[in-house]
Design a binder for this molecule. Structure first.
Ligand code: SF4
Length: 326
């Protein structure tokens, strides 16, 4: 019964009157171009550098286009549709839009991927940009990737619950961000709440509030996919935003791990870092947008606060740039 009370209060609390603009028009545009093909920014192999699966070897498919404009975005090039999709850095290029057949051919014939048995990879990271903006393509692509014996790891900004619903049964891991108003200029708690609610519902449906309450009363609390939530912390992060995020996760399921990730200064470049992946634009970032990590004591106080309500709370910095990999 306590769960019901929390659900009712929180669902209202996380609702916003601000309409969520941008995603619909982008999706319409993609649907009207060419069926079952997608704009992809790049495909490459690397180590996962964020969250609780840090260090696993993955194939990354970075989708082009995003419905947000986070001030700490470290992949601004992925927000626009490019003519070409890079493969393994500059080694190869394919022309956008890419069909699912092109992609599967690449995974099964390109030397970067077949040098190893595909089973060598932990999973395929479907990332962006925001990959769910091209969900019709994912509906076609993901089953084909799974037929190769690969698992799917979705990296998402957690704002498109209806799109998630279409493919949630095909996903093995989800790294979902909570995007704070101080970083995006938008209140997205309602979208995040609905997104997590899809994950709590075994049949992938969001349903009405009453239906959700009824499901909560009748279903076990186990997750259909392995999910964790990540929040990027900056100097602009507010205590109230963290409290609201913690309350949101607790309301859906306090077992969902929360990763607090202080924003990586200078795009991960440490002084003297010889990383070949540093781009000229990195020099201007984050100073250009005024983004800096918060003080250590604030990070620790948020971690303590979160641990009072959630069972698995970790402070983890981004590592891939530190490791000198993409
Ligand atoms: S959601 Fe991701 S890709 Fe989009 S602007 Fe934010 S950080 Fe960049």
């Amino acid at each position: 019964m306590v769960y019901r009370q929390n659900w009712g209060c929180a669902s209202e609390e996380f609702r916003s009157d601000t309409p969520f603009l941008g995603a619909e028009s982008f999706i319409r545009k993609i649907r009207n171009t060419k069926m079952q093909s997608a704009y992809i920014n790049e495909i490459f192999t690397s180590l996962q550098g964020e969250g609780i699966y840090q260090g696993v070897k993955q194939i990354f498919i970075r989708f082009a286009g995003c419905n947000l404009d986070c001030d700490y975005c470290d992949t601004p090039e992925s927000k626009v549709k490019s003519v070409k999709c890079k493969v393994e850095g500059e080694k190869q290029e394919i022309i956008n839009p890419v069909s699912s057949k092109d992609l599967i051919d690449l995974l099964t014939h390109n030397s970067s991927f077949i040098t190893h048995n595909l089973g060598y990879f932990h999973s395929v990271s479907v990332t962006g940009g925001e990959p769910l903006l091209q969900v019709n393509f994912l509906e076609e692509l993901v089953p084909q990737i799974k037929k190769l014996g690969l698992k799917i790891y979705l990296e998402t900004n957690g704002t498109l619950p209806q799109e998630l619903k279409k493919i949630v049964s095909l996903i093995d891991f989800i790294a979902m961000d909570i995007k704070l108003p101080s970083a995006t200029g938008k209140d997205l708690f309602s979208e995040h709440y609905d997104f997590l609610s899809v994950l709590r519902s075994p049949d992938g449906s969001v349903g009405t509030k009453d239906e959700q309450i009824s499901k909560l009363a009748n279903q076990p609390t186990s997750q259909p996919v392995k999910i964790f939530v990540k929040i990027v912390l900056t100097k602009k992060t507010l205590d109230e935003e963290i409290k609201k995020s913690i309350n949101l996760i607790k309301t859906v399921d306090p077992e969902i791990p929360l990763v607090l990730q202080p924003v990586t200064p200078s795009n991960g470049r440490l002084i003297g870092d010889p990383s070949p992946h540093r781009r000229p634009a990195d020099e201007a970032w984050p100073k250009r947008r005024g983004v800096y990590p918060p003080e250590r004591k604030r990070i620790l106080s948020w971690a303590t606060l979160a641990k009072n309500s959630l069972n698995d709370v970790r402070v983890i910095r981004q590592k891939h740039k530190l490791w000198g990999v993409k």
